[in-house]
Design a protein around this ligand. Structure first.
Ligand SMILES: *Cc1c(COP(=O)(O)O)cnc(C)c1O
Ligand SMILES: [Zn+2]
Length: 447
């Protein structure tokens, strides 16, 4: 039933293209090998490197439809979904003036109809879910169910798309993040929500076990090119609006996947040739006291050392203002990851305190007139620091990625339907695994 509902929604299907699969291929950044995409997230030769998409089209088109699929040239999918999610870029007046910046551009991912942006899960994670579902379906994992662990924002984005399309998903979130699990759609038949007694890392660990069950497939996180290229739509939208690449790009990070995506998209845009040739400096920020990449980068290290960079992790994570940024295993050292990105773009990392976040958030909200999610205020605070330090100058073209906002605005227009958990896991043993398998089978039968 749910599946046929999805079929009805499909548009733009092109069987010929799909068969030849010539639109893009993957490249391993370690060995340089060209790889045909079969939902491949690691090099078949076993290299610990990110794979990157190489698109046949070097000059990106912006199509005239609605939403992120206007940029399908640089998304690793053939079909589209009728989803109007897309970020918006605009030139800041109030906040830019307050900071003395003449060329501050804001990319906003969230819900803000007055600005023409309708992302109903309110963060840029909503750009990752649609191409990931399609990529799984098209690249040979059709019929398998994606398993997505997260601190809440990613799982909610996947749940919303699952609910809209009827494509099933298993989402795993820490108990403390369960309040983030809602959608604006009422039907949750295609969502299997599991809560975990632990933090984000425990959700990831459990996901690693669950994907061994027949019929389930690991979504892939930072290694999944559909997620990265989906987020790259932020930079594409900005480039078409600004007509030229920014000098600086600011974003709050947990894993850094969004910033890697920005870097990869800037590389493609430079190759395109119409947006300038200068790589923007990528400035990322983490929320103290839990800021492992900031800590390692301060010491010039390409490796994160748990004893140094993640002391008292559990306590530190509990103290964070923006706990969605609490990733313990970010793709920092991996080839093509955050460390490489910072070096190549001559970037920088800021550590931002909770107090700095709150001050930044108030100022932004009063000047720009929209509410922020906590993670976005980390980026705003880092920009204030960069201005104070003189790292950016008043004439510089700056792109500030507001990765989430508009919850309060959304509540005025929509009802939020809480997703009920189907299982709660306290500890992962064989018994729990068997039970999960049974329950998931039941879920699949009911679809
Ligand atoms: C996930 C998230 C981030 C951080 O993104 P990463 O790519 O994981 O570093 C920033 N802001 C918001 C709102 C998020 O949901
Ligand atoms: Zn390789």
């Amino acid at each position: 039933m749910a599946i046929s509902h999805f079929r009805k929604l499909q548009v733009g299907y092109n069987a010929k293209c799909k068969m030849q699969n010539v639109k893009y291929h993957l490249r391993c950044l370690e060995c340089g090998k060209t790889i045909q995409d079969r939902y491949t997230n690691t090099c078949p030769e076993g290299h610990n490197s990110l794979l990157r998409t190489v698109y046949k089209t070097k000059r990106i088109r912006k199509l005239s439809g609605e939403g992120m699929f206007n940029y399908i040239d640089w998304l690793p999918v053939e079909e589209t979904l009728p989803i109007n999610a897309s970020p918006v870029t605009y030139k800041s007046e109030g906040f830019g003036k307050e900071l003395g910046l003449k060329n501050l551009y804001i990319s906003f991912s969230g819900y803000w109809p007055e600005k023409g942006v309708f992302m109903k899960t309110c963060t840029f994670k909503e750009l990752e879910a649609p191409p990931t579902f399609l990529r799984a379906k098209e690249s040979g994992s059709s019929g398998k169910i994606l398993v997505v662990p997260s601190a809440g924002n990613t799982s909610r984005a996947f749940a919303e798309v699952a609910s809209m399309t009827g494509m099933p998903v298993v989402v795993i979130v820490p108990k403390s993040c369960i309040h983030r699990m809602w959608t604006t759609t009422e039907n949750h038949d295609s969502i299997f929500l599991i809560s975990v007694d632990g933090d984000y890392s425990d959700a990831i660990a459990i996901s690693k076990e669950i994907v061994k069950i027949e019929g389930l497939i690991e979504e892939g996180g930072a290694r999944n090119v559909a997620r990265r290229d989906g987020m790259g739509v932020v930079e594409l939208e900005a480039a078409f609006f600004m007509k030229v690449l920014p000098d600086y790009y600011f974003q709050a990070v947990g894993s850094g996947t969004g910033a890697i995506a920005a870097w990869e998209t800037f590389i493609r845009l430079i190759e395109d040739g119409r947006f300038g040739w200068k790589m923007p400096k990528i400035v990322i920020s983490q929320n103290l006291p839990f800021a492992p990449m900031f800590s390692a980068w301060q010491e010039g290290r390409a490796e994160i050392i748990a004893d140094k960079d993640m002391r008292n992790a559990e306590e530190a994570i509990k103290e964070m203002y923006a706990d969605v940024l609490s990733t313990r295993n970010p793709p920092y050292s991996i080839k093509g990851g955050v460390y490489d990105m910072l070096g190549h773009s001559k970037g920088k990392i800021y550590g931002v305190t909770n107090e700095e976040c709150r001050i930044a958030e108030k100022l932004f909200e009063s000047e720009e007139g929209i509410d922020l999610v906590t993670a976005a205020s980390v980026a705003v605070a880092s920009l204030i620091k960069a201005v104070d330090e003189g790292f950016v100058k008043k004439e510089d073209r700056i792109l500030l990625n507001i990765t989430g906002g508009g919850y309060k605005r959304l509540r005025e227009d929509y009802k939020m339907y809480e997703i009920e958990e189907r299982m709660e896991i306290k500890s992962l043993d064989q018994l729990a695994l068997d039970e999960i398998e049974r329950e998931v089978m039941e879920f699949v039968k009911g679809l």
